[in-house]
Design a protein around this ligand. Structure first.
Ligand SMILES: Cc1ncc(COP(=O)(O)O)c(C=O)c1O
Length: 400
């Protein structure tokens, strides 16, 4: 199993001109915590972590990965989904997905069967906030004695535990900071709620000190102030041709990412109180409206652009999108490079364990993740669309 990572170290990309995640703004906070208490009531029981990756670590351990079990994870993934399994020294295999990033149920069944009882956990993700057919996956898991771990990291906290979102997995995790003003925050819950009692910290839950609390406040405030007009425009893209571009690197041995390793001490730590307060007082209903409006603006704006296709052409009424995924149909690198140099907070999962799944392989470099969060207004969305239009090939072979 080899990891393909994208080495951008020589590219010297500027910092994004707008924040990829929401920050603290008074207008985005609500005086009451009623939306947060609604999800807490629905979940019945939950536990707070610094980030969802640590909640996954706890769930993987409770599922038996620690004792030499195998994890089945989606072929399209980011490192944070695998790191907790590596940390437990567990084996893992990847299952293929279709173009909508739904699990290929036949292939999943075959892998469960071949595992012959060794597969202890299956991770399944509601990618970008679009509900996946979790019940079908849960049935397969039950048949083969594996636990389903439902990844709600891309789901708005206001939807935790609503039909289809976080109710099927034996354990489910959420990543609160992706949707709120908080600097961090991950959540773990279980179905039924009593199952959470099986989660035993393997080290003392270090309570964050005042320095960490102050930092959490400062970072949330700084993110909320990062607007289009407040950051200097990066140097013109005319120099792009003379700058080095990133390249793929194949690493035969998969190791724990340096990022997880550096912060492994945070594994059992709760998020700072500041973050928990901000998470409880975020106005998720207003955020959902803005996210949907931003998503639809990108959907409409992309219609006239060459060589791109939205990953999903629809936005069902009950979906709160995490990002706007956009498929590039031309060569990915010139476009990605252009957007990065223009300061667009574009992402993609270019560090990935290679698999036979054609969609995951294709999406690794071709599927861009563009932010739609609640701090982005019309000016930011229009600017992103302008940058995108300028970054795409014109069809005259100018970016070959
Ligand atoms: C699909 C998915 N699962 C899990 C995680 C881990 O979330 P966190 O950053 O809260 O650790 C991420 C992180 O971005 C993610 O995208």
């Amino acid at each position: 199993m080899s990891l393909i990572s994208f080495d951008a170290s020589a590219c010297a990309y500027p910092a994004p001109r707008v924040s990829p995640l929401p920050g603290m703004r008074l207008s985005g906070l609500s005086a009451s915590a009623s939306q947060a208490t609604a999800w807490q009531r629905r979940l019945g029981n939950s536990r707070c972590f610094k980030q969802a990756r640590y909640a996954l670590h706890a769930a993987y351990a409770a599922a038996g990965l620690q004792a030499g079990g195998t994890l089945l994870a989606p072929a399209y993934h980011c490192r944070t989904m695998l790191d907790p399994a590596l940390r437990l020294d567990a084996a893992f295999a990847l299952y293929p997905l279709n173009a909508r990033l739904e699990p290929d149920l036949h292939a999943l069944q075959a892998l469960l069967q071949a595992g012959d009882g060794a597969v202890k956990a299956v991770l399944a993700t509601h990618f970008f906030g679009f509900p996946q057919p979790m019940d079908a996956v849960a049935r397969l898991c039950a048949k083969h004695g594996a636990l389903l771990i439902e990844d709600c990291s891309h789901v708005s906290p206001s939807l935790y535990g609503t039909p289809g979102l976080g109710r099927s997995g034996a354990y489910a995790v959420g990543s609160i900071y992706k949707f709120s003003a908080a600097e961090d925050g991950g959540l773990l819950w279980s179905n039924p709620p009593q199952r959470l009692a099986a989660i035993e910290p393997t080290q003392a839950r270090a309570v964050p000190g005042w320095r960490v609390e102050a930092q959490a406040l400062l970072h949330a405030w700084q993110r909320g102030r990062r607007r289009l007009g407040s950051a200097p425009a990066p140097a013109g893209t005319a120099t792009t041709a003379t700058l080095p571009r990133g390249s793929d690197r194949h690493e035969p041995q998969l190791r724990l990412s340096a990022h997880y390793e550096a912060d492994a001490a945070a594994e059992w730590a709760p998020s700072p109180r500041v973050s928990r307060w901000l998470a409880r007082h975020t106005d998720y209903a207003a955020a959902a409206r803005r996210r949907r409006a931003n998503y639809l603006a990108l959907l409409a704006g992309c219609r006239g652009l060459p060589l791109v296709q939205p990953w999903r052409k629809d936005l069902p009424e009950d979906v709160v999108p995490y990002m706007f995924p956009l498929l590039l149909q031309g060569p990915p690198e010139p476009t990605f490079d252009h957007l990065k140099r223009a300061g667009v907070p574009v992402g993609r999962w270019d560090d990935m364990v290679d698999s036979q799944c054609p969609h995951s392989r294709h999406y690794r470099l071709q599927l861009l993740h563009l932010p739609v969060h609640q701090d982005l207004g019309d000016a930011e969305m229009n600017w992103m669309l302008e940058q995108l239009a300028a970054a795409l090939p014109t069809g005259r072979g100018d970016q070959a």
